[in-house]
Design a protein around this ligand. Sequence first.
Ligand code: MRU
Length: 361
Amino acid sequence: MMIGGERLQSIWYDRNADTVCIIDQSRLPHEFEIIDLNNLGDACHAITSMQVRGAPLIGVTAAYGVYLALRDDPASLEQATQALLATRPTAVNLQWALQRMNQGLAATAVEQRVTQALEVAQLMEKEDIAICEAIGEHGAAILANLWEAKRESQSALNVLTHCNAGALATVDWGTALAVVYKAVAAGVPVHVWVDETRPRNQGAALTCWELGQQDIPHTLVVDNAGGHLMQQGKVDICVVGSDRTTLDGDVCNKIGTYLKALAADDNAVPFYAAVPISSIDFSATQEGIPIEERAADEVSHITGLADDGLVKRVRVAPHGVAISNIGFDITPARLVTGIITERGVFEASRASLQQLSTALD
Ligand code: MRU
């Protein structure tokens, strides 16, 4: 992604310093800071505190976390895996990445594990970039086709997205936003409606910041505006990411995604999920997906830049109110027009995703 005219990733390995660097997303958009992850504790903290977030980026961070743990203690594979697994429950990429690290490392002599862990983590970093680019290309073809049908009657193609499924949620490019970036590069004039995405405001803070850095026209809306915009014919397509997609094509993503899909269905707006195959849990059913519940203070309080230029946290709910902070919801396959992967676009159905699964074997 371009940041201040410079190409940067959300995570990378700095060979000279032998450290893992991340953009601290908990500070955006008010402060831009790159921080180092130097040990397993740093990697776990980065995931739990959401300095890094987004399913694919959580996976790559976990892979580097294994490397950092083994660098300190080459015999700590099991302990590191358990610590990382406990950081966040919903994004299947975490398990996927740790499984992949373990598969390679378990059979390797302990003294060679550190080097191998770094190699595999770096490979996963590289692969994630290529995967997201491919998702972008496949999705951009959908946007280009839609634009052909609409170009006579409007000045831009209106895409609605929820949360942040951009470069910040992956190593680079993103999933849903990769579709936007590739469509824009192919000449489609895109305007993005950005849901603010309470309670943590990933849309307002991260997606708007990221789109601004790439000069993509966008408008921030409150989470409840999507249905109205769709009724007014102001949304041509919804594209979201996913933390875990089932074999049946049910899409688990940031809380509020389901409501957008319902509104899209009611208004005949196509609704796509852009999903790396590492986010598909071929063994999961809707009921089996662990849905993260986060701290109540994310709902009772809100953080932002005050008029005095300082980042402050203020209470928006009365003291003592009962709070539920459910992080994700599941959009059933019947509301999903298609699943955009690095291997092409699939129907959100067991038959279609089973074919993909078989092709991977
Ligand atoms: O809680 P977050 O910010 O990690 O949630 C992120 C999302 O819901 C994204 O849409 C999802 O991880 C897909 S990212 C390509």
